[in-house]
Design a protein around this ligand. Structure first.
Ligand code: ZN
Length: 157
């Protein structure tokens, strides 16, 4: 496993659309493991491949009890609306309020090549939507109602 360099806003790769993954080979699984390590090292709860410079449709998330690897994720249903605070490892030092669906159904392929369909809500639903946005070159600041610069004193929480 290896920690990869996280791309920061302003890097054009963050604005590109990622490609569907056709073959889940060792390279993709290695990338997923590196992404989990990189996410944890940065104290994040989610990371999308373009954030480490790879334009492929794969995201990782910190699940309730174990990390989630989601390949070619798609939101097939969404319900409700909730505004909450969001941040991004590619936009350090800032956070903003973003309105998103409250509950979603997401479909993806996991690391065992199984198709998974699950209903998620709360922080995990928000994290899925945030990370899937990255695969389409969308950043939360495009959707945010208000963006705040976190003061030095508030950092490290
Ligand atoms: Zn992000």
């Amino acid at each position: 496993m290896a920690i990869r360099k996280i791309r920061i806003e302003g890097d054009p790769i963050l604005r590109k659309k990622s490609k569907e993954i056709i073959t889940i080979d060792e390279r993709i699984l290695q990338l997923a493991q590196d992404m989990i390590e990189t996410m944890r090292d940065a104290n994040g709860i989610g990371l999308a491949a373009p954030q480490v410079g790879i334009l492929r449709r794969i995201i990782v998330l910190e699940g309730e009890d174990s990390p989630i690897i989601a390949i070619n994720p798609n939101i097939t249903y969404s319900e409700g609306e909730i505004t909450d605070l969001e941040g991004c490892l590619s936009i350090p030092g800032y956070s903003g309020y973003v309105k998103r669906a409250e509950k979603i159904i997401v479909e993806y392929i996991d690391e065992n090549r199984n198709t998974v369909k699950r209903e998620v809500s709360g922080y995990l639903a928000r994290a899925f939507m945030h990370e899937i946005d990255h695969l389409d070159g969308i950043l939360y600041i495009d959707r945010a109602e208000k963006i705040y610069k976190e003061s030095e004193a508030e950092e490290g929480v």
